[in-house]
Design a protein around this ligand. Structure first.
Ligand code: SF4
Length: 185
């Protein structure tokens, strides 16, 4: 069976910076939970941060890849550098994925760790930039197909393609390697 890595807050775990969660009752996720294929991870907690914790952003409108390559930092709203915790959390998430041969992840949009379509620009003004968080970048770089919670249907189609051995479904997916510049190749 294919396991799927999912942001812990999406299944109702109270691990967000404010002590809350971002539970979704989407039928795809509920079915996956019933099938026992969901593996949860909160990279920020795994990296050593507490619940609750000050909100953090990647500075300079940079993205997760820049953090992983050492040219951007993650700062919380009190000015504390939490780059190390974010990188450790991303490495933990990747280790969990590899331990179960996971090829698909569904992560929480907007997070400096899990964000996929957008994150915030480091000014703590609510300004979005089109980039990915540190864990999302780490997983994508490793070849894992990463989706946001707004893309559960696409993730489920990818799952079916894997489980069918690509035999019955041939439709192109938005996250196909060719449409993502080879990131997931
Ligand atoms: S790091 Fe990811 S899993 Fe943890 S609270 Fe933030 S979005 Fe959710």
């Amino acid at each position: 069976m294919e396991f799927i890595l999912v942001s812990a807050c999406l299944v109702g775990e109270s691990v967000r910076y404010n002590g809350g969660d971002k539970r979704t009752d989407h039928p795809v996720l509920q079915r996956w939970l019933g099938e026992g294929r969901v593996v949860t991870v909160c990279p920020e907690v795994a990296g050593g941060l507490s619940v609750p914790r000050p909100p953090a952003e990647i500075v300079g409108a940079a993205g997760g890849l820049s953090v992983l390559s050492g040219v951007a930092r993650v700062i919380d709203d009190r000015g504390r550098d939490v780059t190390g915790q974010f990188v450790r959390g991303a490495e933990h998430a990747l280790a969990v994925a590899r331990s179960k041969s996971i090829r698909i992840a569904v992560l929480k949009e907007g997070s400096p760790s899990c964000g996929l379509g957008y994150i915030y620009d480091g000014s703590f003004t609510g300004t979005r930039v089109s980039d990915v968080g540190v864990t999302a970048a780490c997983l994508e770089r490793a070849g894992i197909y990463v989706f946001s919670e707004a893309q559960l249907e696409e993730a489920d189609l990818r799952l079916r393609r894997f489980e069918d051995g690509f035999a019955s479904l041939r439709l192109p997916l938005p996250q196909d390697a060719e449409s993502r510049g080879g990131v997931n190749a």
